[in-house]
Design a protein around this ligand. Structure first.
Ligand code: NAD
Length: 308
C-alpha cells in the first residue's frame, strides 16, 4: 500500500502509532505498580482448537501483555473439549484472586454454546465486554468494559481529535461485538458520542444512498473491498474494521489480510482512513489491555491515584 502517493488532504489513521502510545502509558503504569511492590495486571486467555486466525490473535494478545509488563496465562484446549469442562475452567479463573481479565477467543467449537460461556465469565473480569451485564451498562451509559474493537475505534478517533458531535455516522454491520456496540457509543451523550447514527445491515436496501451521507463511515461486515469510492462522501472519515484472509499464492503465508474497504480507490476521497492491516486491529489489542488494567484497578479498589 503506497500511502505517500495520496497527496490530497487524506490522513492515515495509524493504528500502530496510536496503539503504541496507549501501550507506553500502560507500560509506565505497570512499572509504577511494580515500584510499589504490587503485582502487575494478569490476563488469562482461553483458546480452543487450532483455528489459524484465532491462534494469531491470541498469540498477539499474549505478546502485547509481555511487552508492557502484564502477566498472562494462555490456556489451550483441544476442539473436542466439552462445554462442561470449559465452564469449569472459567469458574476456576473467576475464583482466582490474581487473575484480573478473562477472555475466551471466539469462535468456539460448534457443540459449545457461546452465550453460556460468555455469561459464565465474571462480569468484573470480562475484559472483552461481551457479558450481558457489561452490554447493559454500555447501553445505559454507565462505566463498564467496552468491548475491545468498538473501544479501539473510539480511542483511535480520540487520538486523532476527530469530532463526533453532530456528525452523521453510518455503520455497516450490526454484530454484537462491533457494529451494534459502536452504534450505541457514537449515539450516546458522551464526549466520544453525540453523533447521529445509521446502522446498516444485510437487509438494508438503500445502502449506497446512506453511506454517501456519512461523515464517519464504519465498515464492519467481513466482505473484502465492499466499500468502493462511489459509496463514500468527499472528506469522510472511513474506519475499516474488516479482517479477511484472502488466498494469495504470491504471499509468504499463502494469504493476505484484506479490509472491507477498497483502500486504493477510497483513500483519496477521505479526510482520514484506517489501513488494513495496521488500523483497527492494533487498537483492539490496546483497548483490551486498557480494559485489563481497569479490571485490575477496580478489583483492587485502586484509583488512578495509585500511579502518582
Ligand atoms: P459478523 O460477521 O458477525 O456480521 C457481519 C454483519 O455485516 C452482519 O450484521 C450483516 O448484517 C452485515 N452484512 C453482511 N453483508 C452485508 C451487506 N452486503 N450489506 C450490509 N451489511 C451486510 O460481523 P463481525 O464479527 O462484526 O465482523 C465483521 C468484520 O470485522 C470481519 O471481517 C471480522 O473479521 C472483522 N473484525 C475485526 C476486528 C478487529 O479487531 N479489527 C474485530 C472483530 C471483527
Amino acid at each position: 500500500m503506497l500511502v505517500n502517493k495520496y497527496f490530497c488532504g487524506m490522513q492515515l489513521l495509524d493504528g500502530k502509532q496510536a496503539s503504541e502510545k496507549l501501550k507506553e502509558e500502560l507500560k509506565h503504569k505497570t512499572q509504577v505498580l511494580q515500584s510499589k511492590n504490587l503485582r502487575p495486571p494478569h490476563l488469562a486467555a482461553i483458546l480452543t482448537g487450532h483455528n489459524g486466525a484465532s491462534e494469531t490473535y491470541v498469540a498477539s494478545k499474549i505478546k502485547n501483555c509481555s511487552e508492557i509488563g502484564f502477566q498472562s496465562s494462555l490456556i489451550r484446549f483441544d476442539e473436542t473439549i466439552s462445554e462442561e469442562e470449559l465452564l469449569d475452567k472459567i469458574e476456576e479463573l473467576n475464583q482466582q484472586e490474581t487473575i484480573d481479565g478473562i477472555l475466551v477467543q471466539l469462535p468456539l467449537p460448534k457443540h459449545i454454546a457461546e452465550a453460556k460461556i460468555i455469561n459464565t465469565i465474571a462480569a468484573e473480569k470480562d475484559v472483552d465486554g461481551f457479558h450481558p451485564v457489561n452490554i447493559g451498562k454500555l447501553v445505559q451509559g454507565e462505566p463498564t468494559f467496552i468491548s475491545a474493537t468498538p473501544y479501539g475505534i473510539i480511542l483511535m478517533l480520540q487520538h486523532y481529535n476527530i469530532e463526533t458531535k453532530g456528525k452523521h455516522a453510518v455503520i455497516i454491520g450490526r454484530s454484537n461485538i462491533v457494529g451494534r456496540p459502536i452504534s450505541i457509543l457514537l449515539s450516546s451523550n458522551k464526549p466520544y458520542g453525540n453523533a447521529t447514527v445509521t446502522l446498516c445491515h444485510s437487509n438494508t436496501h438503500n445502502l449506497k444512498e446512506l453511506s454517501l451521507q456519512a461523515d464517519i463511515l464504519i465498515a464492519a461486515l467481513g466482505k473484502p473491498g465492499f466499500v468502493t469510492a462511489d459509496m463514500v462522501k468527499e472528506d469522510a472519515v472511513v474506519i475499516d474494521v474488516g479482517i479477511t484472509r484472502v488466498e494469495d499464492a504470491t504471499a509468504k503465508k499463502g494469504f493476505r489480510i484484506k479490509g472491507d474497504v477498497n483502500f486504493d480507490e477510497v483513500a483519496p476521497k477521505t479526510s482520514f482512513i484506517t489501513p488494513v492491516p495496521g488500523g483497527v486491529g492494533l487498537m483492539t489489542i490496546a483497548a483490551l489491555l486498557t480494559n485489563t488494567m481497569n479490571a485490575y484497578l477496580m478489583r483492587n479498589n485502586f484509583t488512578e491515584d495509585i500511579f502518582k
